[in-house]
Design a protein around this ligand. Structure first.
Ligand code: ADP
Ligand code: MG
Length: 359
């Protein structure tokens, strides 16, 4: 509970620490009692984007906030890449709804430490993403900040109502599929962090990044899978549920199960991980599967299809069946390569890795 004192809001000792709620507990607490006034609001909080009826079409809206020191580190993130990534990760949320990205707004808060040229570069990256994904930059807001850089992007997209794919449409028996490969963005991050530490101890050292271009590219300049909409259309497959993989396969699988009211069986041996990333993980003393389950930031898509659609996607390069949905009472399990059933947790395997939350 909050209590007002001396004109300033101060938190009393009885207050609930945010760490006890976690990100999703907090969102739920803040939004659960908010009423809706408009029948056009078809879907509010809880999916990759809100869905709003707009004539014959639906409007898709999603927003993301990136904070220096929390979501990005400017010691190894070029401004141009940051701008590109901020745009791409929002566009990814429209791809996750099976929509077409159309417009975005960009808001920035900057401290006096940043010269205009840095922001020029940031916008070069945003412009590049807008060009690649054919999105119009239509507004935003600019403010000074007491410390550091903050960047918030809101993306708008459209779809016809029948095209929209929600997180909650999966049914027991549906097959779980992922696009591309997972875990490389996380290994890119670990490598950049390692080289940063080396540099801090010995500023004369040059970072050793050669040979890791794929992993670093996946971390610094991710792409949104807007191509999957067309691919699925061509294959004649309409997924029953979909989500983008921003936080790691475990966490996204749990979101799909939660919203769909299902359980799942995810097979470790099926999870697509780049061979080089796999070896790199072992060099870093990490179980490669963990990079896919808990790493995040790959911005691939996880979707479910009916079993009868299996033949249509079976031969498709870049789509991998990784498991299936079960009845909710059957639990949510990872089946390890040696055949063990392990309960899925947002951290991958329970207790195997402590993951910092953003809060
Ligand atoms: P994603 O990972 O797809 O960007 P998030 O995990 O950030 O989605 O958010 C989950 C859901 O909660 C989304 O529907 C988002 O719009 C909503 N949400 C997040 N933060 C807030 C907030 N502060 N107030 C209202 N809704 C929020
Ligand atoms: Mg998302």
């Amino acid at each position: 509970m909050y209590e007002k004192k001396d004109n300033k809001s101060r938190v009393t000792p009885a207050a609930t620490p945010l760490s006890t709620l976690g990100e999703f507990g907090l969102i739920d607490r803040l939004t659960r009692d908010i009423p809706r006034y408009h029948p056009e609001t078809l879907c509010g909080v809880g999916d990759d984007a809100a869905v709003i009826r707009c004539g014959e079409e639906v409007l898709l809206v999603s927003t993301d906030l990136l904070v220096e020191g929390i979501h990005f580190d400017l010691t190894y993130t070029p401004y141009r890449h940051l701008g590109y990534k901020a745009a791409a990760v929002n566009i990814s949320d429209i791809a996750a709804m099976n929509g077409i990205p159309k417009q975005m707004t960009v808001s920035i808060a900057v401290s006096s430490r940043f010269p205009a040229e840095a922001l020029d570069e940031l916008y070069d990256g945003i412009r590049l993403a807008c060009e690649k994904y054919r999105v119009d930059l239509v507004g935003g807001d600019t403010s000074s900040s007491a410390r550091g850089l903050m960047l918030s992007v809101t993306i708008l997209g459209t779809a016809s109502p029948g095209e929209v794919i929600y997180r909650g449409g999966a049914r027991p028996g549906d097959l779980m599929c992922v696009t591309g490969d997972l875990g490389s963005a996380y290994m890119g991050l670990l490598l950049l962090e390692r080289e940063k530490k080396v540099f801090e101890v010995n500023p004369g050292m040059q970072p050793e990044l050669e040979g890791y271009e794929y992993q670093i590219g996946r971390q610094l300049k991710p792409e949104a899978r807007t191509d999957i909409r067309n691919l699925l259309q061509t294959l004649g497959v309409h997924p029953t549920a979909m989500i983008d993989i921003s936080d790691g396969l475990s966490s996204e699988t749990l979101h799909l199960c939660h919203r769909s009211g299902t359980g799942c069986r995810l097979f470790e041996e099926k999870i697509p991980i780049d061979e080089h990333t796999r070896r790199m993980a072992l060099d870093f003393n990490i179980i490669p599967t963990i990079t896919a389950l808990s790493g995040g930031e790959d911005y691939e898509l996880l979707f479910t299809i009916r079993q009868e659609d299996y033949e249509r996607i079976r031969e498709t390069e870049g789509i991998t069946v990784v498991g299936h949905m079960t009845a909710s009472g059957e639990g949510k399990y990872l089946i390890t390569t040696d055949g063990k059933q392990v309960p899925l947790s947002a951290q991958g395997w329970d207790g195997m890795r402590e993951k910092e939350t953003a809060l």
